[in-house]
Design a protein around this ligand. Sequence first.
Ligand code: UDX
Length: 457
Amino acid sequence: MRMTVIGTGYLGAVHAVCMADIGHDVLGVDIDATKIEALGAGTAPFYEPGLQETLTRALGSGRLRFTTSLQEAAEFGEVHFICVGTPQRPDSPAADLRHLDAVVDGLAPHLRRPCLIVGKSTVPAGTTARVAARVTALVPEGTDVEVAWNPEFLREGFAVEDTLRPDRLVAGVSSPRADTVLRTVYAPMLRAGVPYISTDPATAELVKVAANSFLATKISFINAMAEVCDAAGADVATLADALGHDNRIGRRFLSAGLGFGGGCLPKDIRAFMARAGELGVDDSVAFLREVDEINRRQRRRTVDIARDMVGGDFADRRIAVLGATFKPNSDDVRDSPALAVAAAVHREGAAVRLYDPEGIENARSVLPQLEYVHDVAKACEEADLVLHLTEWSEFRRIDPAALAESLSSPRILDARNALDAALWRSAGWTVRALGRPTPAALPNQQAAALTTAVYSS
Ligand code: UDX
């Protein structure tokens, strides 16, 4: 099919490239001329496993082009995917639909052929209906244009994989014709057996925010349990493993630590609460306020434990930070818990030296006051404390014995519960984590059992 993908940010760039890869003729559109030029020249605009190769292949096939012109897009496409950002509004927790409206206003007056506009951005329930009304008011008379919603569930770090092999497709459509168009777009996925849920637009819009709310709730649940574990001298990692064996619960998204961040989960739950308020059902999602608060608390708790580990005051302390991105395998630092902690520690007077495998440039642009270095050893040199804040696999491969040599008193706070604490302790490190007991605080026998049984697992 001839399709346009409007907005070439995280979602749109990946979608455009993948749609061309499965055989469609794709025109990617963005108002950012620099980005369009780079994409057209074959440069992926951000770090995402598999994206660069897929972009090169798609451009080579001749099925992918880029433009900044919405008029050209209108003339080209049978299907127009809208993939622009819907960030949190600066003045409220609600979603900012400015970019979405700008695309509709720029595209609709140029539409002269029958087409389907498909929103993919995460939006408040009711947006499809609102967009459809706006389109109807703007399209030239006689042009047959329909609007559908097809939310995207891709995870950063797995974006290409999730787009080519999604775990489900959700189509919010108002007519059998729109449904047929979307089934044609995704034909290779349907042939591969991907579940396809065809529903009304409002349900489709809600599936996305409900899914993200559930995931956020699951993370905040285990982080609340981590707080209880700290108070009770229990171990949240073992607790999560034991809970996870129950198929109804499952172990995924049950890793306690610094909590969730990124461009989606935090703003999506806030926008959901705002929309529920408008719909008069704020009580139904009031629990999300607590989910958000538990999540913010993990950042504060991490700073508190870190301060405690350096003797109660950060002034003139040297703090090494491992990790800047909101999660591994991404260079994204939007609402990153790691950066929030690094900034707080710096604000309290510490000298912060940070290393991240992919996020340094993005981190530097939002927090230029920190010192950035290009390897773990340099970051940790002579540090009073090391903070492990994003669980890159590179950090799990650190040799703690070798690293300890450049520190007079090696101390690490593993805020992601991802390091082998027994190994680090045996190399002379003082290790603390969130929701896990410190062996020194326990009677000897119990401590020995913990070290062998729990931390080696
Ligand atoms: C999320 C959704 O997973 C995805 O389906 C949606 O389309 C967009 O939002 P993403 O933002 O890429 O994707 O990140 P995700 O992998 O969900 O992780 C979100 C945050 O939760 C990260 O900061 C991560 O570190 C944290 N997290 C995740 C935990 O703290 N514990 C866990 O057990 C899992």
